[in-house]
Design a protein around this ligand. Structure first.
Ligand code: ADP
Length: 245
C-alpha cells in the first residue's frame, strides 16, 4: 500500500520552477534514494513532501491513516547546529515535541524510548554530554535518534553523511539499512553516495534539470543513468540484518 504518492507535482519557489511533473509512489518498507546534481531540487522535493514548501501545482497524497507530521526528518547539518548548547538527551527528547500537543512534560514511555534509541544507535553512554563535545559521526547518530523519537514509521534524510569521515559514513549507512530491514522503517534519503547504499535501496529518484528517472533499483541499474554513478549489478554490496556487509 502507498504511504504517499506525488501526482503531477511541480516544485520550486515563487520566482522559480525547480522541477515539473513528478510522479512516484512510496510504499511501506521502501528505501528510496534521491540522487542528482547540486541544485537539481532534491532538498526542495523532500521539503515539499514534508509540507514545509507548498507545491507549485499537483499534489502529494498521503494514505488517510498516515500523519505526515510524524515523519522523522534529519535535515542537512549546518555549522550552527554543531555548537548547539544542549545535552545529547535534551536534543533526542525534543524529537517528541511534535507528538505532545499541549502536554508540557515528557512521559515515562518517551524517556524510555529515547534511552532505547540511544542504545540502539550506540550513543547512550554520551547521554549527559554536551552535543558540541561529540565527533561529527556521533552528532549525526544523535540527530538520527531525535528523528526516530519523532516517528515509528518513516524517516527523511537529507545528505546525512556530509562532513563525516569514511568509517563514520559506513557505520551510518549500516544503521539506516538496519532500521529499514529490522524495524520496517520506510526511508527517503537524499544521498551523493549511491554506490554505498544502492544494495539496500528499493527505488531510485534521479533528478537533473527536470526529473529524469523514477523507478525500481532494477530498472535504474538497467538504465543509462546508472553509468553516471558507477554502479553495476555485480558491484552492489548488500548489508545483512546484522548491519554487516
Ligand atoms: P539540491 O538539494 O538538489 O542541491 P535544492 O532543492 O536545494 O537542490 O535547490 C534547487 C534550486 O532551488 C536551486 O537552484 C536553488 O538555488 C533554488 N533554491 C533553493 N532554496 C531556495 C529558496 N529558499 N528560494 C529560492 N530558490 C531556492
Amino acid at each position: 500500500m502507498n504511504i504517499f504518492e506525488c501526482k503531477k507535482l511541480s516544485i520550486g519557489y515563487p520566482e522559480k520552477v525547480v522541477c515539473k511533473d513528478i510522479n512516484f509512489a512510496v510504499d511501506k518498507g521502501d528505501f528510496v534514494c534521491i540522487v542528482g546534481e547540486n541544485g537539481s531540487g532534491k532538498s526542495t522535493l523532500l521539503k515539499t513532501i514534508l509540507g514545509l514548501n507548498k507545491p507549485l501545482s499537483g499534489k502529494v497524497i498521503f494514505d488517510k491513516d498516515f500523519n505526515r507530521k510524524l515523519i522523522g526528518f534529519l535535515p542537512q547539518q549546518t555549522e550552527l547546529q554543531k555548537d548547539f548548547p544542549a545535552t545529547v538527551k535534551e536534543i533526542v527528547m525534543s524529537g517528541f515535541v511534535g507528538r505532545m500537543g499541549w502536554r508540557p512534560f515528557y512521559s515515562s514511555q518517551e524517556k524510555d524510548k529515547a534511552d532505547c534509541v540511544l542504545k540502539e544507535l550506540g550513543v547512550y553512554e554520551h547521554s549527559s554530554k554536551s552535543f558540541k563535545e561529540l565527533s561529527g559521526g556521533q552528532q549525526q547518530r544523535v540527530l538520527l535518534a531525535r528523528a526516530l523519537c519523532a516517528t515509528d514509521e518513516m524517516l527523511f534524510l537529507d545528505e546525512p553523511t556530509n562532513n563525516l569521515d569514511g568509517r563514520s559514513i559506513k557505520q551510518f549507512y549500516n544503521l539506516i539499512s538496519k532500521l529499514n530491514r529490522d524495524n520496517n522503517i520506510t526511508i527517503c534519503m537524499v544521498t551523493h553516495d549511491l554506490e554505498r547504499v544502492i544494495g539496500n535501496a528499493t527505488k531510485i529518484v534521479y533528478m537533473k534539470d527536470n526529473i529524469k528517472f523514477v523507478g525500481t533499483k532494477k530498472d535504474f541499474l538497467e538504465s543509462e543513468y546508472a553509468k553516471n554513478f558507477g554502479v553495476e549489478q555485480e558491484e552492489i554490496i548488500v548489508i545483512n540484518n546484522k548491519g554487516e556487509e
